[in-house]
Design a protein around this ligand. Structure first.
Ligand code: ADP
Ligand code: ASP
Ligand code: MG
Length: 413
């Protein structure tokens, strides 16, 4: 029997009524002659609520215990859905990440899947069950419960689809698919029928939450067919595909715009400009398991310079703890942290061969009086750090400048 993996996000299982709708879809998929594995997120904003409770107790909760707490959200959703599916006369059994053989490294809060041992899940499917899995979690090589980072249920679904050799991994969410911009920010955003892995990777890395970055990386590496769909309607969603699967006519200069409002900027002033200084700063930050995104170093004056970089806002307390320790050791003056920024990114494979794109983007921002604080580029992405309060306006301005709502086609527009 073909295996279909379906993942339902928090909003899609947010209430008992929604869980009933999901159960109906799961049973329909089963009755259509598939083996079905369902991955669920925690109901609604449960993860945020749990995190908020821990944060009331202390600013930096013990990572192991935080993972114990946060994984409980997905356990509630998985068992409720299993109850609803069983009540329809369709046998279902739910499993935690650890029961399902999702083995991770030991990085609490953002563990990486190192192996999937799907034996128990295959047995359960073989016994005729619909399998329901708690997303976002695994068991570390040290036998502790871990979480896979925010949005991690997408990665659970893709990893299980790869391990089982599933036909398709369907990601059901609260929008119609992947759009040219977050449709909650830009109502004129257009749903894409197809997007390449490469472009989706850049959009996810740029903060488009619809698919967790790691899920896209994993899907590309393991050749998992990924389909993003609405959970509340019968829309046909968005396929994530290889570049050569996009018909010429659909190939666009720019694929989309994304906003990341969850980073913070750190600046170290008056850093001695000599070899080894940047290495010692970023080694100390990396040793804490913190991902640095954009880095800008100014031109030096009198052998000294300023260095700015961005990190996930949630990691700021830990970055500050690191910097307090090293700023004087490296002979810098001081550091400052700014959590009032946002990162705006423009993504499109066609950018590779079109030099005017960056200039047009900067011009659109300038016309709106939006100041750019940092810039970074890859071959298919341009990102600008701007003030957080300008973020949504910037998305709409840039989206409009590149005619993304009008489906302008390369060469045909
Ligand atoms: P889920 O709970 O289903 O995992 P998420 O909140 O993680 O849902 O992701 C879906 C959300 O991603 C949408 O509600 C939308 O606001 C946001 N989003 C951001 N960028 C995009 C985009 N380019 N296309 C679609 N949705 C996007
Ligand atoms: N519940 C987790 C989160 O809110 C995982 C997920 O939704 O994918 O991040
Ligand atoms: Mg998500």
């Amino acid at each position: 029997m073909p295996i279909v993996v379906q993942k339902y996000g928090g909003t899609s299982v947010g209430t008992p009524e929604r869980i009933q709708q999901v159960a109906d879809r799961v049973v329909r998929t089963r009755e259509a002659g598939n083996d079905v594995v369902v991955v669920v997120s925690a109901m609604g904003d449960t993860t945020d609520v749990l995190f908020g409770m821990a944060s009331e107790l202390t600013q930096v909760p013990e990572p192991r215990e935080l993972d114990m707490l946060l994984t409980s959200g997905e356990r509630i959703a998985m068992s409720l859905l299993a109850i609803a599916v069983n009540a329809r006369g369709c046998r279902a059994a739910s499993y935690t990440g650890s029961q399902a053989g999702i083995i991770t490294d030991t990085q609490h809060g953002k563990a990486r899947i190192v192996e999937v041992r799907p034996g128990r899940i295959q047995e359960s499917l073989g016994a005729g069950n619909v399998v329901i899995l708690a997303g976002f979690q695994g068991l570390s090589t040290e036998f502790d419960i871990t979480t896979l980072g925010r949005g991690g249920s997408d990665t659970t679904a893709v990893a299980m689809a790869a391990a089982l050799g599933a036909e398709v991994c369907e990601i059901y969410t609260d929008v119609e698919g992947v759009f040219t911009a977050d449709p909650r920010i830009e109502p004129a955003a257009r749903k894409l029928d197809r997007i390449t892995y490469e472009e989706m990777l850049e959009l996810s890395a740029a903060g488009a939450k619809v698919l967790q970055l790691r899920s896209v990386e994993y899907a590309r590496r393991h050749k998992v067919r990924l389909h993003v769909l609405p959970s509340y309607s019968e829309g046909d969603g968005t396929w994530v595909v290889e570049e050569d699967e996009i018909p010429m006519l659909e190939q666009a200069l720019i694929r989309g715009v994304a906003l990341d409002a969850e980073e913070a900027k750190v600046t170290i002033d008056d850093v001695p400009d000599r070899p080894g200084i940047a290495a010692s700063i970023f080694k100390a930050v990396a040793a804490e398991g913190i991902n640095v995104d954009l880095i800008v170093q100014n031109v030096s004056h009198d052998g000294r310079t300023d260095l700015s970089f961005t990190v996930p806002r949630a990691d700021l307390p830990r970055v500050e703890a690191v910097l307090q320790g090293i700023v004087s050791d490296i002979g810098a003056e001081r550091y400052s942290a700014d959590d009032g920024i946002a990162k705006l990114s423009l993504v499109g494979a066609g950018m590779k061969s079109n030099p005017g794109v960056a200039a047009d983007m900067f011009d659109a921002l300038a016309t709106e009086g939006i100041n750019i604080e940092m810039i970074s580029t890859s071959s298919i992405r341009i990102s600008c750090v701007i003030r957080a309060e300008d973020g949504e306006r910037a998305v709409r301005t840039v989206h409009q400048r590149f005619g993304l709502d009008e489906a302008l086609l390369e060469g045909g527009g």
